[in-house]
Design a protein around this ligand. Structure first.
Ligand SMILES: Cc1cc2nc3c(=O)[nH]c(=O)nc-3n(C[C@H](O)[C@H](O)[C@H](O)COP(=O)(O)O)c2cc1C
Length: 204
């Protein structure tokens, strides 16, 4: 099948786009408002975009509380969701009014960042402390504004549980990162891990 997205006539019961672009990691964005309130929300429009320096991004589909807080404070954390914390991750996605603490709703421990004033999930196997570098409102091909507002942050501190390390490497079978698939589907990123070596560069 082929369809163009101007009319999006795929003929399916559900738009397959987010299933096509999957799996996606889930950044559990932790922020603090100027009023001191804590916020935690999962974002699967989330990824690492640079290793040097370490940059990550998340995209807010319209203005949300996490975006408000990063605009107010210039910092956020991204904890990595895992299979063990799937239910808590889901619980934290609830739509509640500004100022309501989703760490408490999900029964998670909000740990204060070491170098940024934003909370992270103490139970997560890893969490990134980030300072905002850019907030971008992407354009569409007709020059209009997309729904997304993209927050880029430089990672300035990393928490990593030593329980998931084996021989100096992160063991995915233990960490079991949670992947967002399409629809309501998720996958266990520790379930089918295999190794490949990249091809050698041909000699010229
Ligand atoms: C697995 C998962 C991934 C999500 N990814 C996004 C996302 O990338 N962008 C977004 O705007 N909302 C996303 N959501 C919805 C937000 O988590 C939800 O709207 C949340 O209430 C936003 O909270 P906030 O207003 O406190 O920031 C996702 C929800 C789930 C369960």
């Amino acid at each position: 099948m082929f369809y163009t997205t101007d009319d999006n006539r795929h003929g399916l019961a559900h738009d397959p786009f987010k299933a096509i672009v999957s799996p996606r990691p889930i950044g559990w964005i932790g922020t603090k408002g100027r009023d001191g309130s804590l916020n935690l929300s999962p974002y699967s429009f989330f990824n690492a975009v640079c290793d040097n320096p370490k940059l990550v991004m998340f995209a807010s589909s319209g203005p949300k509380d996490s975006l408000r807080n990063v605009r107010e404070t210039g910092v956020f954390t991204a904890s990595l969701a895992s299979r063990h914390l799937a239910e808590q991750m889901n619980a934290s996605s609830i739509s509640v009014e500004y100022g309501v603490d989703e760490f408490a709703i999900a029964g998670l421990t909000a740990m204060a960042g070491t170098v940024v004033d934003a909370p992270f999930v103490a139970e997560a196997y890893a969490a990134l402390e980030c300072r905002v570098t850019d907030i971008v409102e992407p354009k569409t091909i007709d020059g209009g504004k997309a729904e997304a507002i993209v927050v880029f942050g430089q990672v300035v501190g990393i928490h990593l549980s030593e329980d998931i390390l084996r021989e100096g490497r992160v063991d995915m079978g233990i960490a079991r990162p949670l992947a967002r698939m399409g629809y309501r589907d998720y996958a266990d990123g520790g379930a089918d891990v295999f190794e490949m070596t990249r091809p050698a560069t041909p000699q010229r």
